[in-house]
Design a protein around this ligand. Sequence first.
Ligand code: 3PG
Length: 203
Amino acid sequence: MSLLDLAPVIPVVVIDDAETAVPLARALVAGGLPVIEVTLRTPAARDAIARITDEVPEATVGAGTVRTTEDIAASVAAGAKFLVSPGTTLSLVEAMDASGVAYLPGAATVSEVMALVERGIKELKFFPAEAAGGVPYLKSLAGPLPDVRFCPTGGIRVNTAPDYLALPNVGCVGGTWLTPADALAARDWSRIEKLAAEAAALG
Ligand code: 3PG
C-alpha cells in the first residue's frame, strides 16, 4: 500500500530529547496516526527513529528533512521505513531510489514535478504547501498531471487540512501542528493524543 494512503495526516515531529520519542509515538498511534515523520533537524532524531522502531512496532516511522545521501544511509540504518525530503536533487533521488525504503521527494514547481515523473516517481511531497500556492496550486496541477499524487506540508493546520484532503491528487497531508513544542516540553501526551485523534477523524 502507498505511504499516502496509510493515514490522512502524517505528523512531522521535531524531537529534542530521544527519551520522549517512544511516549510521543505511542500517543500519536493511540490517537489514530500510525505514520510518523521524525525530522533530521535535531541531534536526537536518529536515536528517536531507532527507539520508535524498536519499541513502537505499530508505528510506521520515517525520516524527514532528508537532505544528503549520508542522511539516507543513517536513517535507514536507524530503522526508518520511509524518507521525506523538502526538495530534490539528482544525487538525492538516486540515493532514495537505491535505499530500499519508500520515499517522498519534495517538489514545489511544475518542472520539478515533471522531472520526478520522468523517473517514474508519481508520489511526492508538495512543500512548502501554503507558501507555494496551496490548494489552488494543487488544483491547477491536477489538470496537466492527473496521475501524480501529493502529501502537501508546510503551513497546514487542522482547519485547512480538509480542503487539501478533498483534492483528488492529495493522498494525505503532513504538519507539525500535532506535536506543539510546548506540549512536547511538558510531556503532555494526552494533549498530543487528542490532537492526533482530531486529525485522524479527517480521513
Ligand atoms: C515540513 O518539514 O514538512 C514542515 O516543516 C512542516 O511544516 P509546518 O511546521 O508548517 O507544519
